[in-house]
Ligand binder design. Structure first.
Ligand SMILES: [Zn+2]
Length: 269
């Protein structure tokens, strides 16, 4: 009796872990994500709405058009890549949105479900439309590769004893929200920003190159952008983007190695 119960528990645990395991498109890396997409999206839509209400959305029409134009093209590229691979289901509940906030912060991010914010402080560093496509392709790649879910899973296990997201929200709403914001690079004002792991960074670079190329932007521009970023050109403000996305020679060398693959997806407009 005890033995069969033990087996039943093992089978349940294994089934759960297999179900929680998914594969990242393009790189094929296996990931463990304990949080259902429905929970990630409802949290995301809530936090995104709150963020827009408590920050100054720019009235500079030119910047808005620029960000929405580039974002829309990357969105189409992502959707067509996922459709080609039979993965469209993963994007079906996305509600894409691209906004620009007025801030000296050198920052940009994309929450699950395609909720993107670009800070005006990063525009002097992106410089061109293609430079902006590097950043947006990279941030959108973090979202569609579900890096946030993976990081939230790790943080919930490390800091909250493996609590479910919904339960953590109920019992420790403030801690859970600030954890969420720091995972997505939004937490500067709370003094907490968690850098993405090297694995997530290079994976987002890799996917981002493919998406920007499919969107009609020359992926070689990624090398120029990350070089500018590592030189700290542009804004005077502390570069939040740098603390979540450390830029160094290794990153640039890896991007250079991936350029030939990305160029196969590139059709200039
Ligand atoms: Zn990143």
């Amino acid at each position: 009796m005890m033995r069969s119960l033990r087996w039943a528990v093992w089978v349940a645990v294994l089934t759960f872990l297999v179900a929680a395991c998914s594969t990242v498109p393009i790189t094929g890396r296996k990931q463990l994500n304990l949080i259902p997409q429905s929970e990630m999206l409802s949290m995301s839509f809530q936090q995104y709405g709150d963020f827009l209400k408590s920050n100054k959305v720019t009235s500079n029409e030119q910047q808005v058009q620029l960000v929405r134009g580039v974002g829309g093209k990357i969105q189409k590229a992502v959707e067509s890549y996922f459709a080609q691979k039979g993965l469209s289901d993963a994007l079906k509940d996305y509600k894409w949105e691209f906004n620009v906030v007025e801030s000296k912060e050198v920052n940009a991010w994309c929450m699950p479900g395609g909720k993107v914010v670009v800070y005006t402080g990063i525009l002097p560093v992106t410089k061109t439309e293609a430079g902006l496509a590097v950043v947006m392709g990279h941030e959108i790649a973090h979202a569609v590769a579900e890096h946030g879910g993976e990081r939230m899973s790790q943080e919930l296990i490390a800091n909250m004893g493996g609590m479910l997201l919904s339960k953590a929200l109920e019992e420790k709403p403030e801690a859970t929200k600030s954890l969420w914001l720091s995972v997505y690079g939004v937490g500067a004002q709370f003094g907490a920003l968690l850098p993405f792991s090297r694995t997530h960074e290079s994976e987002a670079d890799h996917l981002g190159l493919v998406f920007m190329a499919m969107a009609g932007y020359d992926p070689n521009e990624a090398v120029s952008f990350w070089t500018r970023m590592s030189q700290g050109s542009g804004g005077q403000a502390p570069p939040e983007f740098m603390s979540t996305h450390p830029s160094d020679q290794t990153r640039i060398a890896n991007i250079q190695k991936e350029l030939p693959e990305a160029m196969q997806y590139y059709t200039p407009r």
